[in-house]
Design a protein around this ligand. Structure first.
Ligand SMILES: [Fe+2]
Ligand SMILES: [Fe+2]
Length: 283
């Protein structure tokens, strides 16, 4: 049996191995304990992950089927593949963050590792449903959407706070809405198993958003004593509050994640620059 690897070596494997099996291997030793993080080393960055050809990234993606189209099994498969791939990119980005900031408090690094493992589980759950539809990830477009945010995070002067705002408080916060919308879509289409996986992912996502919000404040100075100012200060363009939500806005999920009422309202009413430009045009 191989010697136990460290968190750092584990994260390097996630990013530098191209195959799904390695990327989805749990960060635990043979006894089932989380890997040790005693030697986090010096900062490492990657601007893209290694991917085998059948998992290669593409720019952009086809339109996601609407919840009402999920009676078509082919549309369900396309959604499941999209969601599985989002989870895979989340796995890679948490590995990226652990390599990029070795000096963060051990408590936060451990939370990121636990979160990474949950993203692996989500990916596997969606892949299982995709397989039940007779399909696999290699047969679908794999948009680089999460990785496209990486330059903004990597170049931000706000370091790990930019990561928390981008990943936790924008992409994962938006997923609170998407998971519920698609849960209902799968359920109405009679695919209860996929619906339950959306619910499971949603419930974990509540915890991920909570961790991000708490740590954003713990790493912020006392001048930025509210989430709105800390978020607006650190969220890397082109991400923004207007991207931290889906079409059906769940206040309840955000309250469960411990977000403050002013921040929830800030996100609920946020409009994209396109929307603002549209509304200022003479009619
Ligand atoms: Fe996830
Ligand atoms: Fe997550």
């Amino acid at each position: 049996m191989e010697d136990e690897i460290t968190v750092r070596e584990f994260c390097l494997r996630v990013l530098d191995s191209g195959d799904l099996k390695t990327k989805l291997r749990a960060p635990r030793n043979a006894a089932g304990k989380l890997l040790g993080d005693g030697d986090p080393g010096s900062p490492e960055t990657r601007m893209s992950p290694t991917r085998d050809p059948e998992l290669s990234l593409s720019q952009g993606a086809d339109r996601l089927p609407r919840p009402g189209q999920l009676t078509d099994p082919e549309a369900r498969a396309r959604c499941l593949a999209r969601f599985a791939h989002h989870e895979l990119m989340a796995v890679e980005l948490f590995a990226w963050a652990l390599l990029r900031w070795p000096d963060l408090p051990p408590e936060l690094r451990k939370l990121w590792l636990v979160t990474l493992e949950e993203e692996q589980l989500h990916c596997r759950l969606y892949l299982g449903r995709l397989a039940a539809h007779g399909s696999e990830l290699s047969q679908h477009t794999r948009s680089d959407y999460f990785w496209k945010q990486l330059p903004g995070i990597a170049q931000s002067p706000h370091g790990p706070r930019a990561f928390l705002s981008a990943m936790g408080l924008t992409l994962e916060q938006a997923n609170l809405d998407f998971t519920l919308v698609y849960r209902d879509g799968f359920r109405e289409a009679g695919d209860e198993e996929s619906a339950q996986i959306c619910q499971r992912v949603h419930d974990d996502e509540v915890a991920h958003v909570r961790r991000a919000a708490e740590w954003l404040m713990r790493l912020s100075s006392s001048q930025e004593d509210d989430t709105i100012s800390a978020y607006e200060e650190t969220v890397p363009f082109p991400l923004a509050a207007s991207r931290a939500k889906g079409r059906r806005f769940s206040v309840v999920s955000r309250r469960s994640a411990g977000l403050s009422e002013p921040f929830i309202e800030h996100v609920r009413t946020a409009r994209s620059s396109q929307q603002l430009a549209g509304s200022s045009k003479p009619s």
